[in-house]
Design a protein around this ligand. Structure first.
Ligand SMILES: [Zn+2]
Ligand SMILES: [Zn+2]
Length: 327
């Protein structure tokens, strides 16, 4: 197999030939057909997440077909198309796992961060954390749903049922979530980098009722806002846009420091929350409804060997929607 491997933090990934891997008990191996590029991959490469490990193969939005099955795997078949998400393994025994909050497991493994991921021609995964994807939709179009879509879905649930929803940072996650929110009958207000007219147009094309810079005020107070951009400066700005009792949800895994702000922004029962990882139930709930939602993902395709270019373009905001690597 071949992979784009992170050998040293902060350095480009390296195209590397590796021995073929065999799935162990409870594991599957998939031939990777597509793997989305997520902002979290940038945080992995930059060494911004706690306890980084190298060498590691990044990538946690994997779509592929099973080509080997380890012992004890039930319910999956050779040739079946599956998605492999960020949550790669949980212990099943800690207090969080037992209270059905496995997204907070004390001993988790994360695909593309603490176990090898999908910037590769093949990946081995814990079979219990692979989602059957069916045959509808192209591999490339489905890949961004595995994290951008799923984390967005979890964040949307935590944001509550309010109609007027703000999205800060209109990248891979928000471009999917805007469509989900619209399907649910909500109104989306999109906030981009100030002056980024192209992305504001993109947001309107996906149904946003208003789009503007993160330094602008929307035409009305919002019920909730979700922050996808990794900028702590956005937290007080988002708190200013939500009504009394409104929620601000931080959906990224890493964020720059949040500046101090007046208590008046939080007063009146506004809530500030974060979203961590996903549960398998989130995946089943979201992916089970995707066929009815009519989500159209906007993707930019890169050959696997151009993973570094994809990461650089993501960092610079050079495409709308999501980047997807194809071996
Ligand atoms: Zn656990
Ligand atoms: Zn991700």
């Amino acid at each position: 197999m071949h992979a784009m491997v992170l050998k040293r933090l902060g350095r480009p990934l390296e195209w590397t030939e590796l021995p073929d891997r065999q799935p162990g008990p409870g594991q599957i191996r998939v031939k990777v057909a597509a793997c989305g590029v997520c902002r979290t991959d940038l945080h992995v490469v930059d060494g911004e997440l706690p306890r980084p490990q190298v060498p590691i193969i990044p990538g946690h939005e994997i779509v592929g077909r099973i080509d080997a099955i380890g012992s004890g795997v039930v319910g999956l078949a050779l040739g079946q198309r599956v998605g492999i998400p960020w949550l790669g393994h949980t212990c099943g025994a800690c207090a969080y796992c037992r209270m059905l909050r496995e997204n907070l497991c004390d001993r988790p493994l994360f695909t593309g961060f603490t176990r090898d991921g999908g910037f590769a021609t093949a990946a081995v995964a814990d079979a219990r954390f692979a989602f059957p994807l069916g045959e509808a939709g192209s591999d490339e179009s489905l890949a961004p749903l595995l994290c951008a879509g799923l984390i967005g879905w979890r964040a949307l649930g935590i944001a509550g049922a309010g109609k007027n929803l703000g999205l800060y940072g209109f990248g891979a996650a928000a471009h999917i979530l805007a469509q989900v929110a619209r399907w649910q009958g909500r109104s989306v207000f999109a906030f981009t980098r100030p002056g980024d007219a192209a992305t504001q147009d993109f947001a309107r094309s996906l149904g946003a009722v208003w789009a503007g810079g993160s330094d602008e005020s929307p035409p009305q107070l919002l019920d909730a806002a979700i922050i996808f951009a990794p900028l702590g400066d956005l937290v007080p700005l988002a708190l200013k846009t939500v009504r009394k009792g409104g929620r601000v949800v931080c959906a990224g895994i890493h964020m720059s420091d949040i500046p101090s702000f007046s208590y008046a922004l939080l007063w009146e029962e506004r809530q500030l929350l974060s979203v961590a990882n996903l549960t398998r139930q989130d995946g089943l709930d979201f992916l089970g409804q995707v066929p009815r939602m009519g989500i159209v993902t906007t993707t930019t395709r890169y050959p696997l060997q151009q993973a570094n270019e994809a990461l650089a373009d993501l960092r610079a905001g050079r495409f709308e929607g999501a980047a997807v690597l194809v071996p």
